[in-house]
Write a protein that binds this ligand. Sequence first.
Ligand code: CAP
Ligand code: MG
Length: 426
Amino acid sequence: MRDLSYVNLNYEPSKDELIAEYYVEPAKGYSLKIAAANIAAESSIGTWTTIKTMNDRIAEKLKPHVYSINQRKKIVKIAYAPELFEMGNISQIFSSIAGNVFGMKLLNNLRLEDVRVPEKSLSKFPGPKYGINGVRKITKVKKRPLIGTIVKPKVGLTSAQHAKVAYESWVGGLDIVKDDENLSSLTFNRFKSRMEHVLKLRDKAERETGDKKIYIPNITSESLKMLERAKIVDQFGGEYVMVDILTSGWAGLQTVRNNVGKVIHAHRAMHAALTRNPKHGISMLTLAKFARLAGVDQLHIGTVVGKMHGGKHEVMGIRDEIEKSMVTENGHVLEENWKNIKPAFAVASGGLHPGLIPNVMKYLGNNIIMQFGGGCHGHPEGTRKGAVAIKQALESTIEGTDLREYAKTHKELASAIKKWGFSSPK
Ligand code: CAP
Ligand code: MG
């Protein structure tokens, strides 16, 4: 397709248009301009050749405009008329601007860096029901970061064993216990039985500690099954559900948000298949933005210092995108005024242990949920002491004491540091 009428570098997009920013590497023999025109066409009204069914209304009103091309950085920006999208239907939006375009032969690489959703369309998305303030209200934790664990082994424990590990974590001092992303309803640990066991011990832990304790069960499944599982959670008095938002897909997530009144914790397993290659795929920032629009209350964003890929700049940018009400244009980040869409809580998880808390808080601040799987259950004296050590490291960081100093009078933290080390904030 060589129709360059899609490109108009003098075009000024209106604030009602959706903007997509792409990194584009054309295949040999194609200019960036031709590549950009083809992306614009394939993601909206066009195809590989001219068509007789095109009419003036479509061609004039719905044709997107490639309005910016940065040859050096290979960055292209396209403005789309809002009528091209069923706003609120995230699957349809992705089928358009993050669909066929990734497979076109005339591109070697293509990465969707960010999307600006027009302010007028924001009301079509529910956004988080609870968000940061709602979660703080439920947990009664006003300012500090929340701390939690993922029951480990990831899968394998029976529901009774799972509940016991959860209980130990809560009484040790953690606010939150969650299931792992690959635990759903397995032969040795059925969903209903797990809810029964874990939520009973959650109540016991609350009675004994006097603190609010949170359990986040993974309901990931086929959409209607997720609704059934959310009902079971409700039956046993749970306030939360967890959804693996990428493996269940946007439609699954939206079904849960639109039908379940519980706090939604979003696990992002599989995101790296899309996000990790800096030249191809979809940025985590884009996925995070649509997760907030869809209405997750908590979202994994990376840790900067843990076991998973994701640098400081990227992780902090995602944190800002899901937690701020106004995001200004900066690098690959497009402006977004989130208006009435509530902020979602950022979750730092993956390879964390007590010795990393000062660093995580340095980068991510107080509005963060820190989760420790191996870094809790791998403590030399077991889960409960692991939880105690995490709480101690948090207290020490909040009061500004060096962890190694604090560990002199807090033996659980001392054992944790001995096993995993300590990294001072850089
Ligand atoms: C953490 C975790 C999470 C990762 C996912 C895991 O456990 O439960 O799934 O955090 O990464 O299984 O690895 P550990 P991300 O604390 O034992 O590492 O948050 O980056 O999506
Ligand atoms: Mg996990």
